[in-house]
Design a protein around this ligand. Sequence first.
Ligand SMILES: Nc1ncnc2c1ncn2[C@@H]1O[C@H](COP(=O)(O)OP(=O)(O)OP(=O)(O)O)[C@@H](O)[C@H]1O
Length: 239
Amino acid sequence: MAIELENVTKKYGKDFSLKNTTITFKKGRIYGLLGPNGSGKSTILKMICGLVYPDTGEILVDGEKVTRKISRSVAYLTESDMFYDPFTVNDMIMFYQSQFNDFDIEKANLLLIEMKLDPLKKIKQLSKGNRGRLKLVLALARKTPVLLLDEPFSGLDPMVRDSIVKSLLSYIDFETQTVIMATHEIHEVEHLLDEVAAIYNGMVFGHKNVEDLRENEGLSVLKWFKKEMEQIETNGGTE
Ligand SMILES: Nc1ncnc2c1ncn2[C@@H]1O[C@H](COP(=O)(O)OP(=O)(O)OP(=O)(O)O)[C@@H](O)[C@H]1O
């Protein structure tokens, strides 16, 4: 499914969270959404899954205006988790299965093994990193055309992060899924990405095809992002 943001603005009080943002995410591509803290990355993801509505502008998923019903087509890994602590890992899996018709229980069980999670463990006994792994299991086990991942690797220790990033690839359907990942772990994920969009102060200031970046500009995503940020800061921001 293609996702279009057209001139989207969102304000909290007098502060802009997004300012006149226009960007299209194409079907079957993996996008990295990069930007400093508070730049608007999570706001974009929340808007695509209908949790936050724009003040002005439009968000279309597959040509349709976003409403709460979109959650049927969108799997969303949130930045903070809202797990019910007395549940076990397995209870959480069962809960997701009861909530989402597209939840693939076999895939979830494979992911549990891959993430080395004990299904019988209580959620309150999980470390932060293991809560993060459970979030990944729950999001990746859904067969949805849109997959939104907000800081999917935060809390994971560097030793396992690489292997988890690699294993992510085997759970994404490249033909049909549009994946948008907001992340600060640019170096770790850059080989996964087809496209990158950089956001600063509520505005998308750069959008690149990763292969073009490498081949035509000789830049890694990380180098490109740093260069763009330096330029913005030299120019005194995007105001
Ligand atoms: N519910 C809210 N109430 C007030 N302000 C908000 C709310 N949600 C977001 N904001 C503000 O909107 C701006 C963008 O926030 P957002 O969470 O989208 O940034 P982000 O790029 O995801 O940041 P981070 O990298 O820290 O997760 C920030 O200034 C934030 O304080």
